[in-house]
Design a protein around this ligand. Structure first.
Ligand code: PLP
Length: 390
């Protein structure tokens, strides 16, 4: 007897997702992160990792994790406010504050949790939070959880935001620094001016800018020459360009102390392993020192954009390692991804609800670990895509 059971309801929903080409499946990686991987038993050349600087499997980062484990063991044992806050975590916070040019930084277990923590600590019932329409899901979820009113302004449109602000007050304005699915940059100078005029906090989630943009990888605010006064809350993740895991929020002394006292996703969770902090310290040092990684990445992006233009592919205005190819329908994005996979190239199709309906795409990403020949191989496979111009 299955008719009408809760489980049957789930199965009906799953069948509908499958019919709409929106069903998601995990591939099984059988090799460390890197362009040349092994997926479901087959060698692949991948272009969909956020390991932008090629540090996720860097031997020095691996060695730092190992010696960190020799010194600290594995588990942190408790939350930061109990007895889980180690000297390794503390040194990493100091290094992140220095890297970003802010007085303090506070580690969170993940970027998702950092965004939940900071927005719920600063905004509540009766407040209004303004967010770019294309912000990362964690920023949108955080505003919903805060019980503040959430208003979404048109993408990357500071003037549109200013018009909306004229109708009421704002507690906080939040934006991706580099948009995660589009690769374009937020207009930070204009957003900074607008938020200052409104007397609101500006939170920049720089998950995809940190390590990649700015001097020594200081991120998108630095790329625009903006500091603490213009961008008072900078959130960054450690699992992307820095190749490890975790996240942080950087800002003033008062901001960080407020988060320590009241950010629930900081307080009520176990600190990440101290050895991970040791590994991240090493990754940050490499990222800051080795400018050649950013220069090589930038050369790969230029080569890709020139080649793609010659093929007549429609590129977006992205100057970053995130280079989307818009497919429109989920079915078409999937068909492209599957055709590339048959050619030994892995680029996952990004479909709604991760992106707005009608904007399914291939999200191509580059890493300093790719070679020019890898880019040429991708271009060659793209030139053979079925009905690219249909
Ligand atoms: C990946 C990402 C996050 C979440 O970070 P995790 O550490 O993976 O939880 C938050 N914001 C943006 C823009 C991201 O791309």
């Amino acid at each position: 007897m299955t008719s009408g059971t809760p489980d049957q309801g789930l199965r009906a929903n799953l069948a509908r997702l499958e019919a709409q080409q929106l069903y998601r499946r995990r591939r099984i990686q059988e090799a460390p992160q890197g362009p040349h991987g092994m997926v479901d038993g087959r060698p692949v050349l991948s272009f969909c990792s956020n390991d932008y600087l090629g540090l996720a499997a860097h031997p020095k980062v691996v060695a730092a994790l190992q010696s960190g484990a020799d010194h600290w063991g594995v588990g942190s044992g408790a939350a930061h406010l109990v007895n889980g806050h180690s000297a390794a975590h503390h040194r990493l916070e100091e290094a992140l504050a220095e890297l970003t040019g802010r007085p303090r930084a506070l580690l969170f277990s993940t970027g998702y949790m950092a965004n939940l923590g900071v927005i719920t600590a600063l905004a509540g019932r009766g407040d209004t939070v303004f967010e770019d329409r294309l912000n990362h899901a964690s920023l949108l979820d955080a505003a919903l959880l805060s019980r503040a009113r959430l208003k979404r302004y048109p993408h990357a449109d500071a003037a549109g935001l200013a018009r909306m602000l004229a109708e009421g007050s704002a507690q906080l304005i939040a934006t991706d620094g580099v948009f995660s699915m589009d690769g374009d940059l937020a207009p930070l100078p204009a957003l900074a001016a607008t938020s200052r005029e409104a007397g609101a906090w500006l939170l920049v989630d720089d998950a995809h800018g940190l390590g990649v943009l700015g001097r020594g990888g200081r991120g998108s605010p630095d790329h625009f020459g903006l500091g603490l006064d213009e961008v008072p809350i900078l959130m960054g993740t450690l699992g992307k360009a820095f190749g490890t895991f975790g996240a942080f929020v950087a800002g003033s002394e008062a901001l960080i102390e407020t988060l320590i006292q009241s950010a629930r996703s900081y307080i009520y969770t176990t600190a990440t392993p101290p050895a991970l902090a040791a590994a991240t310290l090493e990754a940050i040092a490499i990222a800051e020192r080795e400018d050649w990684r950013r220069e090589h990445l930038s050369a790969l992006i230029t080569r890709f954009r020139e080649g793609a233009t010659q093929l007549g592919l429609a590129l977006t205005a992205s100057p970053t390692p995130i280079q989307p190819l818009l497919a429109g329908s989920a079915a078409r994005a999937l068909a492209w991804s599957q055709a590339l996979e048959r050619a030994g190239i892995l680029v996952t199709a990004i479909r709604p609800p991760t992106v707005p309906s009608g904007t399914a795409r291939l999200r191509i990403t580059f890493s300093a670990a790719h070679s020019q020949a890898d880019v040429d191989q991708l271009l060659d496979a793209l030139s053979r895509l079925p009905a690219l111009d249909a």
